[in-house]
Design a protein around this ligand. Structure first.
Ligand code: FEO
Length: 398
């Protein structure tokens, strides 16, 4: 627990040990935090709780910080269990306290915990009066769940933004201060979070940022539900989100492949050589998806202007790691990115057709021809063809 302002305490939990999130779906190599905030005025408000394994510690801390009986309102910005996990234990102890959330939040919380707490549904523009200050609610539907809500605390000009603007980043110093934390680590975790969690809802992000701007509310601190609070430069993350939501791309080409005996790997390396020959300024990165950190690779694909995806033909299809990659890319609903396929085969050149089709379904613009293939162990001629394919792709991706 620590003080953020005279009226607002941090009562969340920094989780140094977390290494995966959403089950095993997302890697969290720098841990995370479950941010919960306590606002003290004539009325006292708790915003969100923590993940279930930390419930006891959370409630004990809350008792010390304010005394549970002094909590007047609970706000559940988001029903996902990483933030609502301690709620059932808390509500056992303070069953009559109103729980403010969206109508969708009520559905999700009831769905998870099968309890009919004293819910108060709120929508954009609704206000909770705390005596000398107030909280204004802003719905954040589908950022990234239907129930999501933000809350603006007028007295200290804090926007409690729920998952948006968050990062899975455990740190002792919970602010965006370059003197205390490594900003490149922080910004990597912020874009990784965006790419892996928020990207499918980019059009909503754009709308929401416009809406927030339209309120003309001064924001001194953006306080998300994970990771550091943006206090030194709250606009930085708002500006980053505006860019990331708008068909974001850097001058980078990412080559992602799987391989059985090294033929498709060799093709990847030769394609990279071709790209470097034409656009040496472009960052080119290669990843063996079966052994790489998949969430980091997804982040690199998100940053790229173009990607190449390769697999050998396997059982008349593609290797399962590449199938998983393509499924993930489809779900991200990216726009403005280019792509092509490559891969080796023994007796049936099928993999590149499958990959090209899946890339097209995932909204990538395909180069023509959309693939290069090589049989068995690539010959010198096949190697040259891959280099030429890389050169052509570099031109296409310009
Ligand atoms: Fe951090 Fe969507 O929960």
């Amino acid at each position: 627990m620590f003080k953020i302002t005279d009226r607002v305490d941090y009562v969340g939990k920094i989780d140094w040990q977390l290494r995966t999130f959403h089950g095993e779906q997302l890697t969290t190599n720098r841990g995370s935090s479950y941010n919960s905030y306590l606002i003290k005025d004539k009325k006292n408000v708790l915003i969100d709780t923590v993940w279930n394994p930390f419930s006891k510690e959370f409630i004990d801390n809350l008792e010390k910080a304010i005394g549970l009986k002094n909590i007047d309102y609970v706000i559940a910005l988001h029903a996902e269990p990483d933030h609502s996990g301690a709620l059932p234990y808390l509500m056992e102890l303070i069953p009559d306290v109103p729980v403010y959330c969206t109508a969708n939040g009520i559905k999700s919380l009831k769905g998870y915990y099968h309890k009919d707490w004293n819910f108060v549904p709120v929508k954009t523009g609704d206000v909770l009066d705390l005596g000398d200050s107030k909280i204004t609610f802003v719905e954040a539907t589908m950022l990234h769940w239907p129930d999501q809500l933000m809350a603006y605390f007028d007295k200290d000009e804090i926007l409690f933004s729920s998952d948006a603007f968050g990062q899975h980043f455990a740190t002792e110093f919970m602010y965006d201060d370059a003197k205390k934390i490594d900003m490149s680590e922080l910004l990597f975790e912020a874009i990784k979070y965006y790419a892996n969690i928020v990207a499918p809802y980019s059009s909503r992000v754009t709308q929401k940022l416009e809406e927030i701007k339209g309120f003309n509310l001064p924001v001194k601190i953006v306080a998300p539900s994970h990771g550091v609070m943006w206090r030194e430069n709250p606009n930085l993350i708002l500006e980053k989100y505006a860019k990331w939501a708008d068909s974001y791309k850097e001058d980078q080409i990412t080559i992602i492949y799987d391989t059985m005996y090294g033929s498709t790997r060799r093709m990847a390396e030769c394609i990279a050589e071709g790209i470097r020959a034409v656009t040496p300024e472009t960052t080119v990165k290669l990843f063996h998806f079966a052994t790489a950190d998949n969430s980091d690779v997804i982040t690199e694909a998100f940053r790229s202007k173009a990607i190449l995806v390769g697999s050998p033909t396997y059982n008349s299809g593609i290797l399962s790691s590449i199938a998983a990659l393509l499924e993930e890319l489809k779900g991200m609903r990216l726009s403005g990115k280019k792509a092509a396929a490559f891969g080796s085969y023994g007796w049936a050149p099928i993999s590149t057709k499958v990959i090209a089709k899946m890339l097209s379904d995932a909204n990538f613009e395909l180069m023509e021809p959309d693939n290069v293939k090589a049989s068995w162990n690539p010959t010198e001629e096949a190697i040259k063809e891959c280099v030429e394919f890389g050169k052509k792709f570099a031109e296409f991706a310009k």
